[in-house]
Design a protein around this ligand. Structure first.
Ligand code: SAH
Length: 200
């Protein structure tokens, strides 16, 4: 998987090492385990998916931009795979999930892998965010049509947010915050499940 990520253009060695350190098959059903390292998204129940390895690595590489991160926020824990990878590159990872069963399952995986710097929250990531702001990096793992204001507010000055935007047609965006304000850069086309509201 790591060689393929290199071929696909992932250059950040810290990100590649993080991807190498987290066993992806733990996070998918046994029936799908043989496909865990293919570059595909896979079902994790509740109509949700585990993101494909390339997109996980790409989002983290863009967010990190070569810097060591203190505090990172992820919206959309899902099975917890990306949170586990983030845990290798950031001091503290906060991750929010709106589906209670997924949140509970992710908790189990973090315990199983003895990952202690991921703080999981069962909440709607549109508005109910951890009180640990500001964050140096924010990753949103579900597509919104616009950037949630609460997330812009929680991004530290000097921080970087990576998120998919759009409905039928989606693109990855990088949002950088500096003392003057926010700068938005459009990256490649992507396909994510939608960012929803409320908890279930
Ligand atoms: N990060 C995951 C991918 C999760 S898919 C990985 O590593 O593979 C996107 C997740 O976002 C789903 O689990 C979905 O339930 C969750 N989600 C969607 N809208 C949300 C919201 N408003 N708040 C929190 N989680 C949300």
């Amino acid at each position: 998987m790591i060689e393929r990520l290199r071929d696909q253009g992932i250059r950040d060695e810290i990100v590649l090492a993080a991807m190498n350190a987290v066993p992806r098959h733990i996070f998918v059903d046994e029936a799908l385990a043989s496909r865990a390292y293919d570059d595909v998204s896979l079902p994790i129940g509740f109509g949700q998916t585990i993101s494909q390895p390339y997109i996980v690595a790409r989002m983290i590489e863009v967010m990190r931009n070569g810097a060591t991160l203190n505090r990172v926020l992820e919206i959309g824990t899902g099975c917890g795979y990306q949170a586990a990878v983030l845990a290798q590159v950031a001091r503290d990872v906060y991750s929010v999930e709106r589906v209670q069963s997924l949140y509970e399952r992710a908790m189990g995986y973090m315990q199983e892998l003895k990952i202690q710097n991921v703080i999981l929250r069962y909440a709607d990531g549109n508005n109910s965010l951890p009180a640990a702001a500001p964050f140096n990096g924010i990753i949103v793992a579900a597509a919104a049509t616009h950037v949630p204001q609460a997330l812009l507010d929680q991004l530290a000055v000097g921080g970087r947010m990576v998120l998919p935007l759009g409905a039928q047609e989606q693109f990855l965006y990088l949002i950088e915050r500096d003392a003057e304000g926010y700068r938005e850069t459009r990256l490649e086309a992507v396909k994510f499940v939608p960012l929803l509201t409320g908890k279930i």
